[in-house]
Design a protein around this ligand. Structure first.
Ligand code: ADP
Ligand code: MG
Length: 238
C-alpha cells in the first residue's frame, strides 16, 4: 500500500483538518477560563496524530472545536478545505454528518439495535439504497473484527472492546475525511486498549482519514505518526 502523507514542503491546503490560532474560552465565574490558547494543527489524509496531556489540559475542547460542535472565540477551523466560520448552523450540521466521524469515550450505542443497525440508523435511507447500505455496514463491521453472528447482536451481548469497534465502524460509515477520537480506551484494559489503537491506525491508512486521537495513556502513542502534547490549553510537539 502506498502512503501519501504530504511532506512539510507541501502547502497546508493539502490537510483535511486545520486549526489556525484557535482560542476557546469558557465562562467561569468572574474570569473566563482559557481552554485553548492559540492552538494550530494541520492533519493530512491518512495521518494519525495523537494528542496526549493531563486531564483538564484542553484535549476534549480541541476535539469539540475540530468537530464544529463549539465555535472558537478566535482563529480558524477548516474541514475538507472548507472554512467552518463562514457556514450556517445547518451547513455545519451537514458537514459534521458527511465529513466528520466522531468516536467518544463511551460507545453510546442504542440498546435496542443490533451492531449492524447502529450503522444503518445514521443514514436516511431510501428505496434501493437499503440493500447497498446493509452490504457496506456488514463489510465495515467485518473489517473492524465483528463476525456475522456478532453483527446481529445488541450491545449488551458484546464486550466493551467490541462495542468500541462498532462505535468506530459507525463513525466511518459516512466516509468521513476527518476522524476525531476521544480517549477510546479508557473503559478497556491495556491489551484491549492497544488493539483498539492498532485498529484506529489501520483504518486511518485504509480510509485515508485525517485522524486525531486524544489519550492520556502514553503507552498507546507508539502507533501514531505524530505525537503532540496539550498543556494548559497550549499544543506542542512531544
Ligand atoms: P481534557 O479533555 O484534557 O481533560 P477539557 O477540554 O475537558 O480537558 O477541559 C479543559 C478545561 O476547560 C478544564 O479546565 C475544564 O474544567 C474546562 N471546561 C471544559 N468544559 C467546560 C465547560 N463546558 N464549561 C466550563 N469549563 C469547561
Ligand atoms: Mg477529555
Amino acid at each position: 500500500m502506498t502512503r501519501n502523507v504530504p511532506s512539510s514542503q507541501e502547502p497546508r491546503s493539502g490537510a483535511a483538518l486545520t486549526l489556525e490560532d484557535v482560542t476557546l474560552t469558557y465562562p467561569d465565574g468572574d474570569r473566563p477560563l482559557t481552554a485553548l490558547d492559540a492552538v494550530s494543527l494541520a492533519v493530512a489524509p491518512g495521518e494519525l496524530v495523537a494528542v496526549a496531556g493531563p486531564s483538564g489540559s484542553g484535549k476534549s475542547s480541541l476535539l469539540a472545536v475540530a468537530a464544529t460542535l463549539l465555535r472558537p472565540g478566535a482563529g480558524r477551523v477548516t474541514v475538507a478545505g472548507r472554512d467552518t466560520a463562514r457556514m450556517t448552523d445547518r451547513e455545519r450540521t451537514a458537514l459534521r454528518r458527511e465529513r466528520i466521524g466522531i468516536v467518544f469515550q463511551q460507545a453510546n450505542l442504542l440498546p435496542s439495535l443490533t451492531a449492524e443497525e447502529q450503522l444503518l440508523a445514521v443514514t436516511h435511507l431510501r428505496g434501493g439504497r437499503v440493500r447497498e447500505a446493509r452490504g457496506r455496514a456488514g463489510e465495515l463491521l467485518e473489517s473492524v473484527g465483528l463476525d456475522a453472528a456478532k453483527r446481529r447482536r445488541r450491545p449488551h451481548r458484546l464486550s466493551g472492546g467490541e462495542r468500541q469497534r462498532v462505535n468506530i465502524a459507525r463513525a466511518l460509515f459516512g466516509g468521513p475525511a476527518v476522524l476525531l477520537v476521544d480517549e477510546p480506551t479508557s473503559a478497556l484494559d491495556h491489551e484491549r486498549g492497544e488493539r483498539v489503537v492498532e485498529l484506529l491506525a489501520d483504518v486511518t491508512r485504509r480510509h485515508r482519514t485525517a485522524t486525531v486521537l486524544v489519550t492520556h495513556d502514553r503507552a498507546l502513542l507508539g502507533r501514531a505518526d505524530r505525537v503532540l502534547v496539550m498543556r494548559d490549553g497550549r499544543l506542542a510537539e512531544a
